[in-house]
Design a protein around this ligand. Structure first.
Ligand SMILES: [Zn+2]
Length: 98
């Protein structure tokens, strides 16, 4: 683990947060931070699992719970995915009168 601010690995444990998570402090710049200070990218295995679950037409909230991603991220992912899909051309013929 490295400091999110100065990237030093001179890290010491510094008690716990109110929620029981381990807290750390950087000895170099004195910054305090919790576990996993940086956002984790979603890996390929998780993405392919999400693909499968989407095909099963599970609710996004359920998929988020199962795969451990945030609902917000999942919503963004789905939006992006559908945006990239070629859209079916919808022919709407209006009967023009007059
Ligand atoms: Zn630091």
């Amino acid at each position: 683990m490295n400091c999110p601010q100065c990237n030093s690995n001179n890290i010491v444990k510094n008690g716990h947060t109110h929620y029981g998570k381990q807290r750390f402090r950087c000895q170099e710049c004195r910054r305090q931070f919790g576990e996993n200070p940086t956002r984790q990218p979603i890996d390929e295995a998780t993405r392919s699992l999400i693909e499968k679950l989407l095909k099963e037409r599970l609710a996004l909230a359920a998929i988020a719970r199962v795969t451990g991603v945030s609902e917000r991220w999942l919503q963004m992912y789905v939006n992006q995915k559908y945006y990239l899909l070629p859209k079916q051309v919808e022919v709407t013929q209006k009967n023009r009168v007059g």
